[in-house]
Design a protein around this ligand. Structure first.
Ligand code: NAP
Length: 292
């Protein structure tokens, strides 16, 4: 089985390395070709366009910044859609809009190509450790076909339905919950700190009692230590995700007042602290607003 991989950003480079380590034949494409050099040195092949890559592959994975980047890779005579053979499978791992996943699904189906959405939970360090959680939706036979590959990049695989956009909606809801948890933690830790009880003391009590969960255990220390650079997940990508949650919520007529607050918090943080801050940097805004 020949595998193609498109998008060698923070997540993609780490994921592609694990696919290679698992022994798959791997061909790569990235807009900035220089990022492929370490993987080519480790045995991967570099294609000169998404079309050229797709034409030789049974399965192509993509993980790109956003909807626009995915469209740029799919479109045109050099694009992935033009190259993928009928029956071959594209697995999109990017965090994109539900509506975009619907459109991409339809474009593949019209060409007799297969499509899965398989967005992931986990930051670049989890990707490097092969510990992503993969949320897959699409035809069950396609997920079966992809399972050995998805197991090479993640320690958990969830099957969430037979229509690809379902996975994108789960991913967006999950990121909303995560951002809300960071906001709640930041507010409570700021109060504990300013009131003299200590933010880290609060964190220790809560992560060993009611909030003994990865979200709090991973992000709590980042808030306590103000560890927001380098950004494993930049605030601008977080803002993109909150925008996509908003679009899905509008389409389904679901009021989400907390989402509006989180979106504003991200905009304020990026405006004041710059583009290169992690999305958990909203905690810095919370603390500064309290005079800390
Ligand atoms: P990243 O480091 O910014 O990488 C983005 C990738 O998209 C790069 O390969 C970039 O190519 C490519 N790209 C951007 N615009 C493009 C365009 N117009 N045409 C072609 N390629 C383009 O982002 P990342 O952190 O790897 O995230 C990738 C996806 O995974 C995003 O959807 C993100 O929301 C999601 N995600 C991220 C995390 C995280 O913690 N970082 C966790 C889970 C999911 P160049 O190298 O040429 O710039």
């Amino acid at each position: 089985m020949h595998i193609g991989f498109v998008g060698l950003g923070q997540m993609g480079a780490a994921i592609a390395a694990n696919i290679l380590k698992a022994g798959f034949d791997l061909t790569l494409w990235n807009r900035s070709a220089d990022k492929a050099a370490p993987l080519v040195a480790a045995g991967a092949t570099l294609a000169d366009s998404p079309c050229a890559l797709a034409s030789g592959c049974d399965i192509v994975l993509s993980i790109l910044a956003d909807d626009r980047a995915l469209d740029a890779v799919l479109d045109g005579e050099d694009g992935l859609l033009a190259g993928l053979r009928p029956g071959a499978l594209h697995i999109s791992m990017s965090t994109i809009a539900v509506a975009t996943a619907e459109a991409v699904r339809d474009r593949h189906v019209a060409r007799g190509q297969h499509f899965l959405s398989a967005p992931v939970f986990g930051r670049p360090d989890a990707a490097a450790a092969g510990k992503l959680s993969v949320v897959a939706a699409g035809d069950a036979a396609d997920i079966d076909r992809a399972e050995p590959l998805l197991r090479a990049i993640g320690h958990k695989l969830f099957r969430v339905g037979d229509d690809p956009p379902a996975a994108n909606l789960i991913k967006l809801c999950g990121n909303f919950m995560l951002m809300a948890a960071v906001e709640a933690m930041a507010e409570a830790m700021t109060l504990a700190e300013k009131g003299g009880a200590g933010g880290t003391t609060l964190l220790e009590v809560m992560t060993n009692t009611l909030f003994d969960a990865l979200a709090y255990r991973n992000y709590g220390p980042m808030l306590a230590e103000r560890r927001f650079h380098p950004a494993g997940f930049p605030a601008a990508l977080g803002l993109k995700d909150m925008r996509l949650v908003g679009a899905a919520a509008e389409d389904s007529r679901v009021p989400m007042p907390l989402l509006s607050l989180l979106r504003d918090r991200l905009v304020e943080t990026i405006a004041k602290e710059g583009e290169d801050i992690d999305w958990s940097g909203i905690g810095l805004t919370v603390a500064k607003n309290a005079g800390l």
